[in-house]
Write a protein that binds this ligand. Structure first.
Ligand code: DP6
Length: 366
């Protein structure tokens, strides 16, 4: 499909008001998206596990603006944001940018006033990327409004366009619509698109069923460098081309590994991707480091644990200091004990979140 296929063409503009509510999960990339072109097109393919517990719940209420047709065209977007029941101004610029990017595909945006009420299941400012769950939840709400206004979509088209819109809010958000593994970015190994995420079409060995992700909250503070800035630093980066090629290679290798159930290979690919992501940050200009001393303490403890036990526990990182500890379901008890005994002390206030692979977003109310 091409971008033009996502333009809403006919809709019933006489609908006065309504509300919809979605919950959408976060996701954790195994092959990392780092570097993008114009219009949120990724420089390389990525694949992620969709999560279950870490999610955003968003209610979108829309009310027709009382404007003459002439005024509507020039009127600005009108929306209020409530985060955890309190009016929030800080989120508005991101949503304004999102609306600007998607307006061509969602032409009724200036016709309505929107009340966006949102909350997360994970603690506020836990340093967990909330843009993936937040932007995907909002995109899904807008898709439900399209349906309210008379659009007749197959669930396949609905999900594709939701992912397409979510991508324009935040790249990684396009991987949060469905589960359990989602690929985004054109590549030779899987069915794929640069415009939206697609459920991984390869075989997945039972070893990966209910895969666990315990998120260790090493640093809950605001990051010094945002992902958006980080992506930009891949322009003219001395290792960029090699990195993009490596992501393609790693995706091909991961596909084989997911089919065979070879957990040792899985560990190698996933940890190498995490460290490569941070190596790109450390070798960009300006360079920066998002890991904290405790991030490294945890990584070393995981390596020691793996060397001393028969275990396939491994780590991955997103663009921050927190550590995602990934492990098969049959190691749940032993790894949780290890985390409690040896890793929790490196977390802020001993805080971590237990999560596992999930099936994607859900409509809560219409
Ligand atoms: C390191 O999706 O947050 O988590 O498109 O600018 O919103 P924007 O970036 P974002 O980048 C996420 C980068 C990452 C890797 C990944 O999730 O693939």
């Amino acid at each position: 499909m091409i971008a033009e296929d996502f333009i809403l063409k006919n809709y019933n503009s006489s609908v006065e008001s309504g509300s919809v509510k979605w919950e959408s999960p976060s996701n954790i990339a195994l092959i990392k998206y780092w570097g993008k072109k114009e219009n949120q097109i990724p420089e390389n393919p990525s694949i992620s596990f969709t999560l279950s517990n870490c999610k955003t719940i968003t209610k979108l209420t829309y009310t027709k603006k009382d404007l003459s047709t002439a005024l509507k065209v020039t009127s600005d977007f009108s929306f209020d944001v409530y985060f955890e029941s309190e009016k929030n101004e800080a989120f508005k610029p991101k949503i304004q940018t999102f609306f600007e990017r998607i307006e061509a595909y969602v032409p009724f945006l200036r016709d309505y006033h929107f009340k966006i009420e949102t909350s997360n299941t994970f603690p506020h400012s836990s340093g967990i990327a909330s843009s993936a769950s937040g932007m995907s939840a909002l995109a899904l709400c807008l898709m439900s409004v399209e349906v309210d206004l008379g659009a007749d979509y197959t669930s396949e088209y609905f999900n594709k366009k939701a992912s397409f819109l979510a991508r324009l809010g935040s790249g990684s958000a396009c991987r949060s619509i469905e589960g359990e593994l989602v690929v985004w970015g054109q590549n030779e190994s899987t069915e794929s698109s640069d415009l939206y995420g697609i459920k991984f079409d390869g075989e997945v060995h039972p070893n990966f069923k209910n895969y666990q992700d315990t998120i260790l909250l090493v640093d809950k503070g605001e990051k010094q460098v945002s992902s958006t800035v980080g992506h930009k630093l891949m322009f003219g980066h001395p290792f960029a081309e090699q990195r993009f090629a490596q992501a393609h290679d790693n995706l091909a290798k991961l596909k084989t590994t997911l089919a065979s159930g070879d957990l040792q290979n899985f560990v190698k690919i996933v940890e190498s991707e995490a460290l490569t992501l941070h190596a790109m940050m450390m070798t960009s200009m300006p360079y920066f480091i998002l890991m904290k001393p405790n991030t490294l303490e945890i990584i070393n403890k995981i390596w020691k644990y793996r060397a001393e036990n028969i275990s396939n526990v491994c780590f991955t990182l997103d663009a921050g200091a927190n550590v995602h500890v990934l492990y098969p379901e049959n190691e749940k008890e032993s790894v949780l004990k290890f985390i409690n005994d040896e890793l929790a002390k490196y977390c802020q206030n001993g805080h971590f979140i237990s999560d596992f692979i999930g099936k994607g977003a859900q409509l809560i109310e219409k």
